[in-house]
Structures are given as C-alpha cells and as structure tokens.
Design a binder for this molecule. Structure first.
Ligand code: ADP
Ligand code: MG
Ligand code: MG
Length: 252
C-alpha cells in the first residue's frame, strides 16, 4: 500500500499565505475526509497537491511513498499514481470520452505496456455498468454538454478506470441530486482496497452518509485543527463549527 505524506505545508496565492503548516497522512486502504468552513483553504490543498502553477509552496513537503511530489510536473504526479479530479480538462472538442480514458491510462504506463483495446473496452463496459452509465457515454465528446451530474459521474468513471494509488476529490458532491450522489458514492466505495487511499474534501456532511470515512479532519485557517472518526462529521452536521472555534480559542 502507498502513503501520501503531507508535512508542514505552507502555500501562498499571490503573496497571501493560505495554508499555514498543514500535516496529513493518508495510507492505502483509508478514506479520509477534510471538512471546514468556506475559505479555509480546502481547495488550495487540492490544487497544491495537483501542482497548479498559481499556488506557491513556500515551506513543507508532500511525498508519495519515497517520491517527492513537489518536484514533479503535473503529468508526472498522475503517472506516480495520484488522481485529482480537477486535473482533467473541462471540455475537449473532438476527443471522445473513451479516447480520453484510454490515453490517460496509457500515459501512466510504460511504453510497450499499453492496455490492449479489447481489455480496455471490457473494463470500460464493466465500470460504466457499475455506475449506471448508458453506453452512448463512451462515444460522447469529453464533458461537452454534460450536465453537472454527468460530469461528476464521469470523474468517478475516470477514477475507476485509472485505479490510482491515492485520489483527492474536491467537492465531488457539489450540485448533485440524491441519485447522482448515490452513484458517485457507490463508485468510491467500489474502489476501496488496500491499494487505494482517498481524500474527500467536502463542505457538507451529506456525502459522508454514503461513504463512511475512516478519519475526519477539520480544517480552519489553513491548518488541520481537529481529527477524529466518522462521528466527528456527524457532530459537525448537527452543531456546526462554533464549538471547535471555542475549544481552540479561534476568533473570526
Ligand atoms: P475552501 O476550498 O476551503 O473554500 P479555498 O482554498 O478555495 O477555500 O480558498 C482559501 C482562500 O484563498 C480564500 O480566502 C480565497 O479567497 C483565496 N483564494 C483561493 N484561490 C484563489 C486564487 N486563485 N486567487 C486568489 N485568492 C484565492
Ligand atoms: Mg470554497
Ligand atoms: Mg473549495
């Protein structure tokens, strides 16, 4: 199993420090949730792991096993086994979903070890059926005219096809109706194995009714300020964040 280890991460955007010493370790087999009020830096964390050029790492480290993630280009991060839903282009004209998935899989493999067309199609059919996706989805152009729910479903299809070591899913639940939410959750739950670790970033507890996290972290003011089990998410749902602020003496 793999480990993503984030230590003392400081990240700035346009000279303003957003992450202020964040620590987090995710092992294969674990699903972690990061929750927190709006504007605390949750998406900044995802973007920094992804390697978005706008986010400047000023201190700290991110390692995937023995590899220094911060030294890698974005495509190298994917090849190393990281999956970030956001790294995928929002719309690509003239590239079908199936073409995109196949080249994304092959980009992570060594030359000469590309997935065969037969194997690819078999796997794609299987995963699409698991996600209740119609066959026509494979031949549609990537994200073109996709509804919000279809885009999320498609991100989960990408996740299931690519089988990364560690995935970071930022607000995968936003704008989903209950049926789409169930399908997305089913996909993430189907990924559960010792070879897969997952960081779910969410503002709402709702998603965690369907995906039970092993650990829940609360992020405030650019740091993880509290960690616990699934019960922590439930307490946040019923009581909000004020009690944590009081506990820690945080004033806003
Ligand atoms: P969250 O995901 O927890 O809501 P974000 O990481 O999106 O928080 O934002 C954290 C802070 O960084 C906010 O104050 C936001 O305004 C700021 N910020 C985020 N992205 C940018 C950006 N691209 N340019 C300038 N400021 C940004
Ligand atoms: Mg936000
Ligand atoms: Mg966000």
């Amino acid at each position: 199993a793999s480990t993503l280890k984030i230590e003392n991460l400081h990240v700035s955007i346009e000279g303003k420090e957003i992450l202020k010493g964040l620590n987090l370790e995710i092992n294969g087999g674990e699903i972690h949730a990061v929750m927190g009020p709006n504007g605390t830096g949750k998406s900044t964390l995802a973007s920094a792991i992804m390697g978005h050029p706008k986010y400047e790492i000023t201190e700290g480290s991110v390692f995937l096993d023995n590899e220094d993630v911060l030294e890698m280009e974005v495509d190298e991060r994917a090849k190393a086994g990281l999956f970030l839903a956001m790294q995928y282009p929002s719309e690509v004209s003239g590239v079908t979903n199936a073409d995109f998935l196949r080249s994304a899989i092959n980009a992570r493999r060594e030359e000469g070890d590309e997935i065969s067309l037969m194997k690819f199609i078999k796997k794609l059919d299987k995963k699409m059926a698991e996600l209740d996706m119609g066959e026509e989805f494979a031949q549609r152009y990537l994200n073109e005219g996709f509804s919000g729910g279809e885009k999320k479903r498609n991100e989960i299809l990408q996740l299931m096809m690519l089988e990364p070591k560690i995935a970071v899913l930022d607000e995968i639940d936003s704008g989903l109706d209950i049926d789409a939410l169930k399908v997305v959750s089913k996909g993430v739950n189907a990924m559960r194995s010792d070879d897969f670790g997952c960081l779910i970033i969410t503002h709402y507890q709702r998603l965690l009714n369907y995906i039970t996290p092993d650990k829940v972290h609360v992020m405030m003011q650019g740091r993880i300020v509290k960690s616990g089990g699934a019960e922590l998410a439930q307490r946040l749902e019923s009581e909000g964040y004020d009690w944590i602020k009081q506990e820690l003496g945080i004033k806003d």
